[in-house]
Structures are given as C-alpha cells and as structure tokens.
Design a protein around this ligand. Structure first.
Ligand code: GLC
Length: 749
C-alpha cells in the first residue's frame, strides 16, 4: 500500500510529538550487527569489541535506540531483531535494514567496474534488479550502493567498486543502478532503497591511499566528481552516504557547505544522509571536533541525518547537545522526519517482517544465475587478439592447460564486497572450461605459483574465507615445473592471472601495479614453451601488462566475473559469446604515469604530449574506451545535421558502423567532443555519447547522438558557475577515445 504525502506527514508529526530526544537520537543511529565465525573474535584485524556488540545492540533496540542495522542478511535473524524493534520499543518503529549489496547478494554479479565495462545501462539495471530482489527477499531494505566515486588513480583499491574515470559513463551507470535497485519508486515490491556513496571526492585520495585527504579544485569537483551523484539523485536515490575523508581540509561528514549547500541546494537531494562507518565519531580523529558531543552536533548541523556506528555512537550525545543548546529540536526533527519518511514509503510500519520460506526460493532463482552469466559475458574486455587466436575452436583441440593461481579460485572469481555467497555454486574459469569441453578434450590444470599475500591483513578477513590459502603440501618449485610441463604438452594454454580479491577494494591501496608474486615469471615461462597462450586477467584495477601486451597473442580481461563467471569466460573463449566490453578507465603502462586520463587539457607544448616523461611514453598502454571483438568494425559517413547552432541549439551527429567480419558482434559506439576556445581551457576530448549496438556479420548500423547545451555546459572556475561558450567544436565518433573519424560544428553567441 502506498501512502500519500499528506498521510506520511501526518503520521510523522504524530510520532515526533510523542518521541523523547533519546528516541529521536535512536532513530538517527544505525548499528553494525556482526554475526561472525567463533574464531573471528580474536582476529587481529578486528580491533572491535565485536563479542559485546550484538548484546548492546539488542538492548538498544528494546529502548527505541536503534533506527537501522547493517550486516544482517539472514531472514530469521532479521525478523528476530525487527520484532525486538517493533514489539519491544515504545512507539514500535520498525528498523531499516541496510547492507552493502554492491554487486549482488547470493547471486554474485561481476564487480561494479566490470558492469561499467559493459557500457550497457540496461544490463546494469537488470543486474541490480536481481540484487534488489534477493536482498528484499531476505529482509534487507537498503543498499549502500551505487558507489559513484570517480577514480583516476588505480593505486586506490576502491576503483573496483565504481565506474572508472569518466563522469559521463559514471553518470549513466549511476542512474542505471538506482533504477535497478529502486524500480519506479521507493517501496516498489521486490526493490530496495539505493544509497549512492561516498559524498564527495573520495576517489581522489592523496597518492591513491584509501582514507587519505582530498584536495580538489572546483573544476574537477563540479565537472567530474559531482555529475554521477547528480545522476543518481535525479534517478530518485533515497539516501546518500558521506565520505570518510576531509575534502579541502573539512571532513565530509561535518562539512555543511558540502552536505547542505551542495548536496541539497545545488544537487536537489531530498532524502536522508548517512555517515560512513564511524565517520561521525571520527570527526574527533580529524581534529575537527573536540569530543563526541561536538562531533554529533556539528555533523547534524552540517546536514548529516543518520550515523553509521560500530560501537559507542556519537549520536548518543545528541540529547545532551540539545540540552546544551548546541542543536535545536527542529534540526533533530528534520533528520528524524527524513528517516521515518523512507520507512513509511517502504511500508515497513504495515509489513515489517519477511517471509523466510519465500527468501529461500528467491535466492535460488535460476533466472538470476542467467543474468549473472550474461553480465559476465558483456563485461569482458578483449584487450588483444593478435592473429585471431580467439575464439578457440574446441574441434581443433586435443588438450588444454588451464594454469595460474586464480584459474580455480571460487573466492577470487566472485571478487571483493560479497559476504552472503555460496562458494560451491561459483563457477571458476577451470570449471567453465571443463564444462564446455566435456570429455572430448583433455583439460589439465595447475596453479603454478603460491598464493600472493597482502603485506597486512585485510579488514574483511574477520568474515572468514577472505584470505586465500595454498593447498596442503603445496610445493612451489614442483608446482611451477608441473605447470610448465602441462603448457608444453598442451595445444593451448589458458593462464588466469591478476590480483587476489583481498588485494583490492577498501583499505587495499597498492604502491605498485605489478602482477603480484611470481605470476609474470609463470606467464613468461608458459609463453616460452611455444604453446599458443591466452591470458585471462582477473582484476579490478589496471595492472602492469606491458610484457603481456607485447608477447601474449590474446589477452581477455574478465574482471572478477561473479558466481557464473567461469561459464561466461568459457562462452567467450570458445566463441559462444563475442566480447564487446570497453575499458572504463585509461590503462597506464606503469604506475609512474598515474594519474593518467584521456580527457586532459591541451596545456603547454601539446606537440610533445606523447613524451612528457623523458624515460617513458606518456600515452597509455590501452586507451579509455578500448575493447576488441571477434568481429571487425569500421566507421564512415560521419555527419552533423547542421554546421552552426546558437548557444541553446542541438546538433544531431550520425555515423555508420560496419561489421567487416563473419562474426556477429556488439560495438560500443562512442562520441567525443572538444570545445576549441572559450572562457576556460577544455579537455582535448570528453565522452558525450555512447550506444552499445549489435551489428550482424557483414551488416552496418547508422547511430545518432544529440549534442545540445547539456553536453556542452560546464562549470567554470573563473566565474564559479556553469557556462555555455560559443566556439568551434570538434566531434569524433568511433570505437574508443582515440577515434580518428571527426568533423566540426560551430556554436554562435
Ligand atoms: C565501509 C565503506 C562503505 C560501506 C560501509 C558499510 O567502511 O566505506 O562503503 O558501505 O563501511 O559496510
């Protein structure tokens, strides 16, 4: 049943009139509720009183001291805790259950950077709709996703959670995810509230070091970082999560200019904000607030509505802050109103519990597995295919060697930011190849090298199964020799390399982009056998593939492809599917080039743009938007429907893409724009349109794009506002950000 605005307002007014300041503060408090394996309690990575935490939370629930919980995914547990909130507290206000449903719950989709690499908003929406259906079925109401942080420094591990470097692609992905999670409205059946994060600028961490401060100029803030948040908000996102770090010296979670002037007034957000984990109490760590009461009142005053707390919330001090006059009742009521509105729109007051039997059915839905497999197919990026080694023809093969430490690792195949998975259901690359080839072809496998290890434990190790292990009795040298022998004897070698999934994600920054451990040595030894070699990359950030790009004929990036990933990889390797993904970031040659983007300014001496360093090219290994196919596409007949338009005019750009091969295939047609002159220097190219189209073998498609004021408007740091400049504009259409087919049009004052 959906309530109308008037009924919602009346219901909330009635509750606010009855609630004490302590109960109001309780509605603004979200607690973790950890259900951990017994051995976790003495895990050094914890540093939390996790053993005591659940009992403290249950006591708080009974006194109306909990507005929301996170990290509970079991429907019976959710119902038990919800009963404590609804039947145990004075007003019976249901709790909101949130979780990091980042790329699926039980059915694990490819990681978000992979979904972005599909350049397919409809697929992304369908994927998050599956995630929402499974989450809602177990009693989760709210996803701390999409993560929309633009990332231009791949040393930062959380690049895996976002959509890469570009605001135009990032905005399309953000909106598609919100639509997938929420459907038509908050409270739609089988959907959950979308919570874009981390507001704002988190991906610009100094040195790529997660949690470090961010210094961000206006042009990048307004033209790069904020557009994906704006897209998520315009798509109806119900919440926004504040970032951990300080933005230009002011911690985001206590930054009134950011959370009120920018988020609410400039971007028009009208949902509720939640801090990241302990980010409210950490205003004291930042040296911003002298104590927890001050942290609480300054965060609330800045525009924070809900605190995500592990233990000892700062918001426990809100009643004292009210008493001391540091905040007023209106501020408190405004925040509580925003939270209660979401709960009412979700229908939680009328229907707070979840059907535990139905949950099991939804989690086992085979249709969800098919969405995950299709997503993994469409996310893969074919980086290289010299001599057309791919697709492999199973009929020509007598034996295949599947090698590498990630070839048969279920935990790595599903990637980071998953907790409720069933590893037994995960299809690894080795599983997928074996299933595809059956008994007709011999398939041998070897890890070849030991597990790569992080230099410090991951904060996620406490959830068990997160840190990879070598099998019992693993003998590195013998295993390496065995792998090379298998490669020598095989008709083709498929080597699966990359980063272990606990080497990327939160608190997983790296100072290098090398393939960890002896992976490169293994690859070089396999190639040296002379056996045709396919490199399958399992990753979330660009890795140093200079050697592979020069010596391995076929390189397929499959990311962390999710619970059906291995089946999809086999589909692609043997031609049952054709790769069509494109890179959502610029792929550097080495970490020394970082940060490197395609949308740089012309700046000074552009003619030596390719040689800014004397010791390394300053062009990337692979450009933004790069991705090959088994088909072969050409572009022609680029045209604009008018040569000249006024400032508010629209130009329609059309081009023909032709499939010159005998393979049907998808191509992501991309449009790039460059403003030649104006009141600011503008990027040499900016993505301003894309469309993934299927072009049958030998056929062609005409693709068109609208280029209007929305595509040309930008935030100008000189006038500190949005401007439209008259100028000659270059426009290119093609297969990646280096597309050569271009024309121009003119915008007059
Ligand atoms: C983490 C992350 C955030 C996540 C939250 C809850 O520290 O920064 O993205 O949603 O805590 O797990």
């Amino acid at each position: 049943m959906t309530l109308d605005d008037e009924a919602i307002r009346t219901r909330i007014d009635g509750l606010l009139a009855e609630m004490t300041p302590e109960e109001k503060a309780g509605q603004l408090t979200q607690f973790f509720f950890f259900t951990l394996p017994p051995e976790a309690e003495d895990n050094p990575a914890l540093g939390l009183e996790v053993a005591a935490q659940p009992r403290a939370v249950e006591a708080a629930l009974a006194r109306g001291g909990v507005g929301s919980l996170l990290f509970v995914t079991d429907p019976a547990q959710i119902n038990r805790l919800q009963r404590a909130a609804v039947e145990g507290s004075r007003h019976g206000i249901p709790a909101l259950f949130g979780f990091d449903v980042v790329h699926g719950l039980r059915t694990v989709l490819p990681v978000p950077i992979a979904m972005a690499a599909s350049w397919d908003p409809a697929l992304i929406e369908a994927g998050q709709a599956v995630a929402a259906a499974e989450a809602r079925a177990v009693g989760i109401h709210w996803a701390f996703a999409p993560m929309v942080d633009i990332a231009r420094d791949p040393r930062w591990g959380r690049i895996v959670e976002g959509a890469g470097e570009d605001p135009f692609l990032g905005s399309a992905v953000a909106a598609a995810q919100v639509r997938g999670f929420q459907g038509e409205r908050i409270g739609a059946p089988g959907r959950i509230v979308a919570g874009p994060k981390h507001f704002a600028g988190y991906g610009y961490a100094l040195g790529g070091r997660d949690y470090d401060e961010v210094s961000l100029g206006d042009a990048d803030l307004w033209n790069v970082v904020l557009p994906p948040f704006k897209a998520a908000i315009d798509a109806g996102a119900g919440t926004v999560m504040t970032a951990y770090m300080a933005l230009n010296g002011i911690p985001a979670t206590g930054n009134r200019w950011l959370l009120t002037d920018v988020l609410r007034e400039a971007l028009g957000f009208d949902g509720f904000t939640v801090s990241d984990a302990n980010a409210t109490r950490n205003l004291t760590t930042h040296g911003f607030a002298p104590d927890l009461r001050s942290a609480a009142s300054r965060a609330l005053d800045a525009g924070l509505d809900m605190e995500m707390a592990i233990t000892d919330p700062a918001f426990d001090h809100l009643p004292a802050a009210l008493e001391a006059g540091e905040i007023d009742e209106t501020q408190l009521d405004t925040a509580v109103r925003r939270v209660l509105e979401v709960k009412l729109r979700l229908g939680l007051f009328d229907d707070p519990y979840v059907d535990e039997d139905r949950a099991r059915v939804v989690l086992a839905d085979p249709a969800h597995r098919e969405v995950a497999r299709e997503a993994a197919r469409r996310a893969a990026v074919l980086l290289r295919n010299e001599g057309g080694l791919l697709p492999l023809d199973a009929a020509d093969l007598g034996s295949v060697a599947v090698l590498g430490p990630l070839a048969d690792s279920a935990r790595d195949t599903i990637g980071p930011w998953v907790f409720d998975f069933e590893l037994a259901e995960t299809v690894t690359v080795l599983d997928g190849i074996r299933d595809r080839l059956g008994d007709a072809v011999r398939v041998d496998s070897a890890r070849g090298i030991p597990v790569g290890r992080r230099t410090f434990p991951s904060m996620f190790d406490m959830f068990g199964g997160n840190a990879p292990e070598d099998p019992e009795g693993f003998e590195p040298e013998a295993e390496f020799t065995r792998a090379i022998r298998l490669a020598t004897d095989a008709d083709v070698a498929v080597v699966v390399l990359g980063e272990w999934q606990n080497m990327i994600g939160e608190a997983a920054s790296r100072s290098s982009l090398d393939l960890p451990g002896r992976q490169l040595e293994l690859l070089q030894a396999v190639v040296a056998t002379g056996t045709p070699t396919v490199l399958v990359v399992m990753n979330g950030r660009p890795l140093d593939l200079r050697w592979a790009a020069a010596h391995v004929p076929a390189v397929l990036d499959v990311w962390y492809p999710g619970s059906q990933g291995g089946a999809a990889v086999a589909d692609l390797l043997f031609g049952d599917a054709v790769p069509g993904g494109k890179l959502p970031f610029t792929w550097p040659r080495s970490v020394g080039q970082v940060p490197i983007v395609y949308s740089n300014l012309t700046s000074h001496e552009p003619e030596n743009l390719g040689r800014r360093y004397w010791d390394e090219a300053s062009t990337p290994l692979f450009p933004f938007g790069h991705g090959l196919s088994y088909a072969r596409f050409s572009y022609a007949d680029l045209a604009v429907d008018t040569d000249t338009v006024a400032l508010d005019g629209v130009v329609t750009v059309t081009a023909t893409v032709r499939n010159e091969s005998n393979h049907d295939g998808d191509e992501v047609v991309q449009l790039y724009l460059h403003q030649r002159t104006g009141t600011a220097s503008r990027p040499v190219r900016e993505l301003k349109g894309f469309e993934r189209v299927m072009v049958a073998a030998g056929e062609e498609r005409r693709v068109s794009f609208r280029v209007g004021p929305d595509e040309r408007r930008y935030w100008n740091a000189g006038v500190r506002g949005y401007v439209l400049d008259p100028s000659v504009f270059d426009v290119w259409v093609g297969t990646d950000s280096t597309a050569p087919l271009g024309t121009t049009f003119t915008v007059t004052p």
